[in-house]
Design a protein around this ligand. Structure first.
Ligand SMILES: [Fe+2]
Length: 187
């Protein structure tokens, strides 16, 4: 099978889009006003912070983007600049969710509104962001990076995947997604 420099990142996008759909469903499922499934929201926030951001965006920012810069792409303008800006926006939404979670669970209506707003904002952002990466930036990367560069990148990605993120292995984070998928099979 021919590999590409972006295959592992594209595979991770599938998991991140799955968590976005689950988060959207969780925030739409409100048996009484403000009575979200807070454990599920908390799991989504953990997955977003550790897997989507620390692991996945980390690999893009530390490995893929510098490789693209070395091959002539600008960091200050164009697709990489846009992706970096959107990563920051995603972090802000994730922080807003994390900050609102416990007060919302305790019944604070303002925090519940902030949680919903930040969660749905994240869902919209990450869907558009991943669409741009898959269809624009990663297409460019697959053209720009040759086979040796591709092998080096994939090995480096695999190395990052061996790490722990806030004490969690990647397999444990994927386990969080699997159990959320069981609880929200229609998302
Ligand atoms: Fe990505």
């Amino acid at each position: 099978m021919t590999d590409t420099p972006t295959r592992i990142l594209r595979d991770q996008h599938v998991n991140i889009l799955r968590i976005a759909s689950i988060l959207e469903e969780v925030l739409a499922t409100e048996p009484e006003p403000g009575a979200f499934d807070y454990d599920a929201v908390g799991d989504c926030v953990s997955f977003i912070r550790l897997y989507a951001d620390a692991l996945h965006h980390g690999k893009e920012e530390d490995l893929l983007f510098p490789e693209l810069e070395a091959r002539g792409m600008s960091r200050q303008a164009g697709p990489i600049a846009v992706m970096l800006y959107e990563h920051e926006q995603g972090r802000a939404f994730a922080k807003a969710m994390a900050d609102a979670l416990e007060p919302a669970r305790a019944g604070d209506a303002d925090a519940q509104a902030r949680l919903r707003h930040a969660g749905l904002g994240y869902v919209d952002l990450i869907r558009a962001h991943i669409g741009k990466e898959d269809n624009i930036l990663f297409q460019m990367a697959d053209q720009l990076i040759d086979a040796p560069g591709c092998r080096t990148l994939c090995q480096a990605y695999e190395g990052v995947c061996q790490r722990r993120f806030d004490g969690c292995t990647v397999a444990e984070l994927e386990g969080i997604l699997a159990s959320l998928t069981q609880r929200y099979p229609d998302a």
